[in-house]
Design a protein around this ligand. Structure first.
Ligand code: FAD
Length: 494
C-alpha cells in the first residue's frame, strides 16, 4: 500500500516539526494542509507575554466553575491538574486544549548552538552567535517558511478538535474536525493521512500525584498543590517569563534538567539569593560547577511541603519562609484530539506514548505519525529525518514490517533500555542514541545521515554546559565539513 502523488495530508501544528514535515511531504508531491491554532509559525518560539503567572498552589482550593478554558489570569486551575490519571490512560478527551502554547521566557537563549539546530539546507545567518536569543529562532522559522513557500499551506487560527480514523485499517483515512477563529466551527475535512506536530512542551508535569508503584519516587511531593504552601505560591516554568517579577523573593526551583538550571540562574538576578535548586541529580550542574557564583545553591530533593512557605528536603533539612516554588519538572505528552480508535495510549503519567514504531508511527495506524516525540536530542534535525522517513513510508520506498514485528521491536527496545538501567518512563529519551536513530531513518529514506562534526559539537556543548552552566554560551563554533574533526571553537570574551 502507498499514498499516491496528490494524496491529501493534514499536518497539525506549524512549529518547527510541522514546517519541515509540510515541506518534505509537499515536495514529495502530496497535497498538504497545515492546521495551526495560533496566528504565526514557530510554535514554542512565538514568545507569549502572559501577564500573570498562575499559582498552582491554589488549584486544589474550591475554585467555582473553572473549566480549564479560561485564561490563566481568570482561573488558577491549571490544565494539567486533571484528576489523577491511571497508569495507562487513553488519550481521548483527557485534557482540554492548552491556551498558553509557548514556554519561552524573556531572557532565554538557546541551549544548543545554531549549527546543531538548523535544518539541513537552511543555515542560520552567519552574523548570529552560536547561542541565540529566542527571537532569532522564531525569525529563522519564519524565514524558512517564507523561503520555501510554506505559508500558503497553513490555515492559521484553526484548532483541530478531533482526528477520527475512517476505518480500522493501518492505512486508514481520517476525518479532521476543527474550529476557526474567524468562522467558528466545528468544520470537518477528510484526509488520506494526518501528521501530528502539536508540540510537547505545553502541558506541565506536576509532581503532585504518586507514580505507578514500580516508579514511586521523590518526584511525588505531598502538599504541593493542596494549599499547604500558601501564602507561598507554586508555579510551573511553563508560565515563567521575567526574573524582575521575583524581585526580593525567596525562591526554590525544583528540577534537575536544563530549565531548572537556566531559570534558577535567571531568577537569581532579582530574587533574594541564594536561589535553591533542588533535584535528585542536577545533571546539568554538578556540585563542583561554577553555579554558586551565579547566586544558586544546590539542595537535595524536595520531599514534602510541610506548612505555609515551608518544605522538607530529602536529607531532613527544613527550608522556611520561601515565597515561591518554581516547578521545572517538565511536560506531559497530550493529544486531546485523538480518539481511542487511533490505538495510541499515553502511559507513565503523560511521559510515554505507545505503541510507536521508531518513536514515530503508531503500530495500529501507519498514516497517523506523531513527529517530535524523542527528547534529549537536537530537535530540528530529528524532525527532518522523521519527516523524510514518513515520506518514504507513504511513497512505499520503506516497507513497514507488520504489526507483530513492530510490537516485537518496541519490546526489544524497552528490554535493551532497562538493561542500561533507564527508567521505563524515559522510553523516548534518546541522548547518545539519537545519532544511530537519525542514521537509521536517513538510510531507510535514502538521504544523507547526520554528520560527525555536528555530533561532536553537540557533545562539546554538553560537556561545557556541565562545567559552567552560563559560560558555555560564550563558545562560538565553526563547522567546515562532516568529519569528526571538521569543526573549531573560539571563546567569546563577553
Ligand atoms: P511547537 O513548537 O510547540 O509547535 C506546535 C504547534 O502546534 C504550535 O504552533 C501550536 O499552536 C500548534 N498546535 C497544537 N495543538 C494544535 C491543535 N489542536 N490544532 C492546531 N494547532 C495546534 N530546542 C532547541 O533545539 N534548542 C533550544 O535551545 C531549545 N530550548 C528550549 C527551551 C524551552 C524552554 C523549551 C520549552 C523548549 C526548547 N527547545 C529547544 C525545544 C523546542 O520545543 C523544539 O526545538 C521545537 O521548537 C518544538 O517544535 P514542535 O513543532 O514540535 O512544537
Amino acid at each position: 500500500m502507498t499514498l499516491k502523488e496528490g494524496a491529501s495530508i493534514a499536518v497539525i501544528g506549524a512549529g518547527a516539526a510541522g514546517l519541515v514535515t509540510l515541506r518534505v511531504l509537499r515536495d514529495a508531491g502530496y497535497h498538504v494542509i497545515v492546521f495551526e491554532g495560533g496566528n504565526a509559525v514557530g510554535g514554542t518560539w512565538v514568545y507569549e507575554d502572559i501577564l500573570a503567572e498562575p499559582d498552582l498552589a491554589r488549584v486544589a482550593r474550591p475554585s467555582g466553575s473553572c473549566t480549564g478554558l479560561e485564561r490563566p489570569t481568570e482561573c488558577p486551575v491549571e490544565r494539567s491538574m486533571s484528576p489523577p490519571a491511571p497508569s495507562l490512560t487513553p488519550t481521548a478527551g483527557t485534557e482540554p486544549a492548552p491556551l498558553v502554547q509557548s514556554s519561552i521566557y524573556a531572557n532565554l537563549r538557546t541551549n544548543l548552538p545554531k549549527q546543531v539546530m538548523q535544518f539541513s539546507d537552511f543555515p542560520f545567518p552567519d552574523q548570529l552567535p552560536s547561542f541565540m536569543d529566542h527571537w532569532a529562532v522564531q525569525r529563522y522559522l519564519v524565514d524558512y517558511a517564507e523561503t520555501h513557500h510554506l505559508i500558503r499551506h497553513v490555515r492559521f487560527g484553526t484548532r483541530v478538535q478531533a482526528v477520527e480514523p475512517l476505518s480500522a485499517d493501518v492505512w486508514s483515512r481520517y476525518r479532521v474536525t476543527f474550529a476557526t477563529a474567524s468562522n467558528g466551527g466545528p468544520h470537518s475535512l477528510e484526509f488520506d493521512a494526518v501528521c501530528v506536530c502539536n508540540g510537547h512542551y505545553t502541558t506541565p508535569q506536576i509532581p503532585a500525584e504518586p507514580f505507578v508503584e514500580s516508579e514511586k519516587s521523590a518526584e511525588y511531593i505531598p502538599g504541593l498543590t493542596d494549599g499547604t504552601f500558601s501564602p507561598g505560591v507554586v508555579r510551573h516554568s511553563h508560565y515563567y517569563r521575567e526574573p524582575t517579577r521575583y524581585q526580593g523573593l525567596r525562591v526554590l526551583c525544583l528540577g534537575s534538567g536544563p530549565s531548572g538550571v537556566d531559570i534558577s540562574i535567571d531568577i537569581a538576578q532579582h530574587a533574594r539569593t541564594p536561589v535553591y535548586l533542588s533535584g535528585r541529580a542536577v545533571k546539568e550542574m554538578p556540585p563542583d560547577s561554577q553555579a554558586g557564583r551565579y547566586g544558586v545553591v544546590q539542595v537535595p530533593s524536595l520531599r514534602a511541603v510541610i506548612g505555609p512557605r515551608s518544605v522538607l528536603l530529602a536529607d531532613g533539612t527544613v527550608l522556611r519562609e520561601l515565597d515561591v516554588i518554581m516547578l521545572c519538572t517538565g511536560y506531559r505528552y497530550v493529544f486531546p484530539f485523538l480518539t481511542s480508535q487511533s490505538g495510541v495510549l499515553i502511559t507513565h503519567q503523560g511521559r510515554v506514548v505507545e505503541p510507536l514504531y521508531h518513536h514515530l508511527i503508531p503500530v495500529f495506524k501507519w498514516t497517523l505519525p506523531l513527529i517530535g516525540i524523542p527528547f534529549s536530542v537536537a530537535p530540528f534535525p530529528l524532525f527532518e529525518y522523521q519527516a523524510h522517513y514518513i515520506a518514504a513510508v507513504f511513497q512505499g520506498r520503506v516497507k513497514l514490517p507488520g504489526v507483530d514485528a513492530m510490537l516485537a521491536a518496541i519490546a526489544e527496545e524497552k528490554r535493551v533500555q532497562q538493561g542500561f538501567g533507564q527508567q521505563p518512563r524515559h522510553l523516548h529519551r534518546l541522548g547518545d542514541r539519537q545519532w544511530a536513530y537519525n542514521r537509521q531513518l536517513a538510510d531507510a529514506a535514502g538521504i544523507k545521515g547526520p554528520s560527525l562534526a555536528i555530533q561532536s559539537v553537540y557533545n562539546d556543548t554538553g560537556t561545557f554546559r556541565k562545567l559552567d552552566p552560563k559560560q558555555y554560551r560564550f563558545r562560538e563554533y565553526r563547522v567546515f565539513g562532516d568529519g569528526p574533526e571538521d569543526w573549531e571553537v573560539q571563546i567569546r570574551l563577553s
